[in-house]
Design a protein around this ligand. Structure first.
Ligand code: ZN
Length: 166
């Protein structure tokens, strides 16, 4: 690869990120572990992916992403209260847990937001739904995917050799 390579569909991009909300609170950060993703494969939120197109290794950008291009607009209709006995007896259900729930649209992830003796509240909105996302990004690597990565639609670690059991 040459230094002229820039972010485009089909390349593995490796970056450092800090994610803040509109108040400046850090929600997430890559820390010592830069994150790889496969560009064009829906590995990251669309509003961020779009703003990385054409960037080169060494580029630092700030990207603001609206909820509709991020983790979605918050939808009250996706909050459900279900009887506790819908869960396996003795299951240790706690706030913050997520699991797949069977719905008319297939299996969807939901997050537990309240636990009461007889009722459990689950929320189908992503925990970051409704938030404007403020990313600081530094692109630190760009490479071709391996055949496995291409087939899976996601990277296997920074160098493509990380095995994760599938
Ligand atoms: Zn894989």
């Amino acid at each position: 690869m040459t230094s002229a390579d820039t972010v485009r569909d089909g390349l593995v991009v490796i970056f450092h990120y800090t994610l803040r909300d509109s108040e400046g609170t850090v929600l997430d950060a890559s820390g010592n572990d830069p994150m790889p993703y496969l560009h064009g494969a829906n590995n990251i939120v669309p509003g961020l992916e779009r703003q990385l197109v054409g960037r080169s290794v060494g580029d630092r950008i700030t990207a603001e992403v609206q909820p509709e291009d991020g983790y979605g607009v918050y939808d009250d209709g996706m909050v459900l209260t279900v009887p506790r006995d819908a869960f396996p007896p003795g299951a240790d259900i706690q706030v913050g847990m997520s699991f797949l729930m069977n719905t008319d649209d297939g299996d969807r992830p939901v997050w537990v937001t309240a636990v009461e003796p007889s009722m459990i509240t689950v929320d189908g909105n992503h925990p970051m739904a409704g938030r404007v996302l403020h990313f600081e990004i530094e692109v630190i690597g760009l490479r071709e995917p391996t055949a496995d990565e291409q087939a899976h639609g996601h990277p296997h670690g920074l160098d493509g050799t990380h095995s994760h059991g599938h």
